[in-house]
Write a protein that binds this ligand. Structure first.
Ligand SMILES: Nc1ncnc2c1ncn2[C@@H]1O[C@H](COP(=O)(O)OP(=O)(O)OP(=O)(O)O)[C@@H](O)[C@H]1O
Length: 837
């Protein structure tokens, strides 16, 4: 649900009048859009207050504005607020020059009415609004008052800061194992972005953020990201899916955006340095006149993120960049032409690399260095068509190294059919619903999954990107820590007319959805969410040129100068969707695709039959032969299987075995248990349970607004992303997954248990993995589930071990397990090194 809020009249006249209603964040809410702002100063201090947010300290300044840590005085939640200036004089001048060449049209393009900066901001917002994943920084609220010169993006605050990767002497500061875990998180986040049709375009260590305790890494900064409708349609199987017109503009891939050292070769292709060679020919053979025609520039696809991931891994492990130069031009040349090399050792733990080219060892004897070289080889392929895919990277032995159950990790973190790919689905609390244990829910879902096999759709035909822009480059003086500013070159596709039609369509949908049955609630929410977009951009899209702000003074000189623009890459969307990402079609948009028996609560990903226009094939998951397994009823309750294991018999737990509070709260219904257990019959092994737990963590996390560091949820999530899925491990394993100092003796039993994503040692020494993981999952879900788990496990006598869960696990923020512990290098304790600051 998107909510508009209003503010009080300002004391200082900074905002206009309106009733005093500030929105209270609810973890399952969609992004809030606030249109009226009150900007004031806190009495007796020079600190700024914007609506309910008290600004505390400035984190830094980027291209278009500042980022502040602020506190929500209503909830005490600490957030990061990005203040973006609507107008950017320099960028606009450049844009105005370009626009002179655009012929006049019956409808004035939206971009011509809005500043290019504002357009960019709106795009960033539109992209961020779609995202909800534990490894992606979350947008909580957009504060956009057209009377003010700044737009405020309230985001999840990642208190661990950005990932630091080198000392002043260009030495690495992370261990190899830490890097591996970071990269696993990034892969999961990136996989989600690509699944959503988003190319990040600025993957680099500085855009990867630690959670407060440095257990989780999240991808942030979507300032130059690109949304591809074609990619999205390929995933959803619905080419006609409605989207924001702002997002539909695909010309912006022709922008030359990103951070120079992390740009892929296809982005800096030599047509850039020599515009005369620019050609649309696909051949490099001599033509009739005998002249050789250069190859067509490779299309810009999500493969650019894979390249940047390779550069990022290199940075984290070696403390230096694989491609560098004294000037931007030299950097690009190096990216295009140079081979990369590696130092003798990697990581702060100085593990030998074995060199760039090494003889292939016998199977099973591959060294860390050998595996890394093979991974980098795949990621840093200059030809994007030969580059490793994200799926390939995820399955690479270096990434999976030291995992006790890589196959389970791969399966549990698989995107297709498991991750809610739409806003509506992402907003659902799958695990929470699961623990409601409603009969309809369990039956409906299991029936559904039995009847529908996963399908995967082929992507639509490639769209040629027409626009090409030429430009000059400018030298950059920083070392890849700053993104290049982005300037839209053409925005012809977005017109007021398009917007009006879009609005009318949505209104119609919204009206009719008001009368739909409860089964349509989820779909309604999706529309509602997108319609909510109108709140923030309504005036921008429909009104006359925006009035200049009356409130905040414009400070500074705007963004850094535009560095360069390049000839536009040729093609836009030949996005290679990993096979594992194609299985599900998550959002039905037509009534015909609705499942008649689905409960209004059911918000599980939907596997739709592909539309007539989209060819599809049915392919088993590459990870396992049991594709059907993926389609199983994920609502089958692990807890019931846990019950079966605990009691040694099938059937429902008796009411006495349920905790009274769980029953009282309605979270556990004895009447529903038999059917649930029946549905659960196929889940016989603890392995399945472990799998389930991990999925739950993902879903639960994706449903939470505040997926920051607090709460036990993130522990389960961490387990999933760190590849340690619900497996009991002895004490030495705790150290092996410990990113801080190995001799940390401060773990107490409870903390160990809280960290039960596979790290518990006591007090559950002989607990099978499934049970342990289930409890971990339950703990992440909340009191009712927690009570249920407790009821099931809390039995004495000759059965399995008793686990006392009477006290809620304490926040893992206090737990030293994992990356929270300091990492010392010499006498220094290094921030961002998986340790304290
Ligand atoms: N959600 C967040 N949580 C914590 N810190 C953040 C968050 N978002 C941004 N920051 C920090 O705020 C600072 C400013 O960020 P911003 O993205 O505006 O600029 P930048 O990354 O330095 O430059 P640019 O984006 O122009 O490349 C950076 O130090 C960044 O690490």
């Amino acid at each position: 649900m998107t909510t508009s809020t209003t503010a009080t009249p300002s004391q200082n006249g900074d905002s206009h009048s309106g009733p005093h209603i500030y929105h209270h964040h609810n973890p399952v809410d969609e992004v809030i859009v606030t249109e009226k702002l009150e900007v004031s100063r806190i009495r007796g201090s020079d600190r700024r207050m914007v609506n309910q947010y008290e600004f505390e300290k400035c984190l830094g300044k980027g291209q278009h504005g500042q980022v502040w840590v602020a506190r929500d005085t209503l909830t005490s939640q600490v957030v990061a607020i990005k203040m973006l200036k609507r107008k950017d004089k320099k960028a606009e001048k450049l844009s105005a020059l370009r626009k002179r060449n655009i012929p006049s049209q019956p409808h004035v393009p939206l971009v011509d009415k809005m500043s290019t900066t504002e357009m960019k901001i709106l795009k960033e917002i539109a992209i961020m609004k779609k995202l909800r994943h534990p490894h992606v920084v979350r947008l909580l609220e957009v504060m956009d008052d057209h009377l003010l010169k700044e737009i405020y993006l309230v985001m999840e605050y990642c208190a661990g800061g950005e990932i630091k990767w080198r000392t002043k002497n260009n030495e690495p500061i992370l261990r190899v194992s830490q890097t591996r875990r970071i990269i696993r998180d990034v892969i999961l986040g990136l996989e989600y972005l690509h699944f959503q049709g988003i190319i990040h375009r600025d993957i680099k260590p500085a855009n990867l953020f630690w959670s407060e305790d440095r257990r989780i890494v999240k991808i942030g900064d979507f300032g130059v990201s690109h949304f591809s409708q074609a990619q999205r349609a390929a995933v959803s199987g619905n080419e006609k899916e409605e989207e924001d017109p702002i997002l539909l503009d695909e010309s912006d891939l022709s922008r030359f955006a990103g951070t120079p050292m992390f740009l892929a070769p296809e982005v800096v292709a030599d047509t850039y340095s020599d515009p005369s060679t620019l050609s649309t020919s696909t051949s490099d053979t001599p033509n009739e006149s005998g002249k050789s025609t250069p190859k067509l520039r490779p299309p810009i696809t999500k493969a650019i993120d894979i390249w940047a991931l390779g550069v990022t891994i290199y940075c984290l492990l070696f403390g230096s960049l694989p491609f560098n130069g004294d000037s931007e031009f030299a950097i690009y040349r190096s990216i295009r032409e140079d081979d990369w090399d590696v130092p003798e050792t990697m990581g702060v733990d100085h593990i030998p690399t074995g060199g760039r080219h090494q003889a292939k060892p016998k199977k099973g004897r591959e060294t860390e260095g050998f595996l890394l070289m093979s991974l980098l080889e795949g990621l840093l392929q200059k030809d994007p068509s030969k580059r490793l895919t994200l799926d390939g990277a995820k399955k690479h032995p270096w990434i999976l190294k030291d995992m006790s159950h890589p196959d389970i990790w791969l399966r549990t973190t698989q995107m297709a059919g498991s991750i809610a790919a739409t806003d509506a689905e992402a907003s659902s609390a799958l695990s929470f619903v699961r623990f409601k244990w409603t009969l309809d829910l369990a039956r409906g879902i299991s029936g559904f999954f039995r009847s529908v096999r996963p399908q995967r759709s082929l992507r639509p035909a490639e769209k040629p990107e027409k626009s090409r822009a030429k430009g000059k480059e400018r030298q950059r003086d920083d070392l890849g820590t700053r993104s290049m500013p982005s300037v839209l070159t053409r925005q012809k596709s977005i017109t007021i007319g398009v917007h009006e039609r879009e609005k009318q369509k949505r209104r119609g949908v919204l009206r009719s959805s008001a009368n739909q049955s409860a089964q349509d609630v989820r779909q309604h929410r999706a529309h509602d969410n997108r319609a909510g977009w109108r709140h923030s951009s309504h005036h921008a899209k429909n009104s006359e040129p925006l009035p200049s702000g009356s409130g905040l003074r414009v400070e500074g000189s705007g963004p850094k100068p535009r560095r360069s623009s390049a000839p536009g890459p040729a093609n836009l969307d030949t996005l290679n969707i990993p096979s594992t990402s194609r299985i599900a079609s998550p959002r039905p948009t037509h009534a015909s695709s609705r499942q008649p028996n689905r409960s209004p609560h059911i918000t599980t990903p939907i596997i739709t039959t592909p539309s007539a226009t989209t060819p599809s094939i049915t392919t088993p998951s590459p990870l396992s032969s049991d594709t059907e397994d993926r389609g199983r009823n994920r609502f089958s309750l692990s807890a019931s299987a846990m019950y079966r294991w605990v009691t040694g018999r099938s059937g429902a737990p008796s009411p006495q075995e349920m905790s009274s509070s769980a029953l009282a709260s309605g979270a556990v219904s004895p009447a529903t248990a038999p059917s649930i257990i029946q549905d659960d019959r196929r889940l016989r092994t603890s392995r399945d349970l472990a799998l389930r737990r991990s999925e739950d963590a993902l879903h639960q996390a994706s449903s939470r607004k505040s997926s920051s560091s607090s709460g036990p949820l993130t522990l389960a999530m961490r387990a999933a992303s760190w590849g340690e899925v619900g497996v009991y491990r002895p004490s030495e394993d705790i150290q092996s997954i410990h990113s801080g100092e190995p001799n940390d003796e401060t773990l107490d039993d409870e903390t160990r248990f809280v960290g039960a994503g596979g790290y518990a040692q006591s007090p559950v020494p002989s607990l099978p993995s499934g049970v342990l993981s289930t409890v971990s999952s339950a703990a992440s879900i909340g009191q009712p589930a927690f009570n249920a788990a407790q009821a099931l496990l809390h039995r004495g006598g000759d059965g399995p071990p008793t686990i006392d869960l009477t006290s809620r696990p304490r926040s893992h923020a206090t737990s030293p397990l994992g990356m929270g512990a300091p990492c010392r290098i010499g006498r220094q304790t290094i921030k961002g090194a998986g340790g304290g600051s």
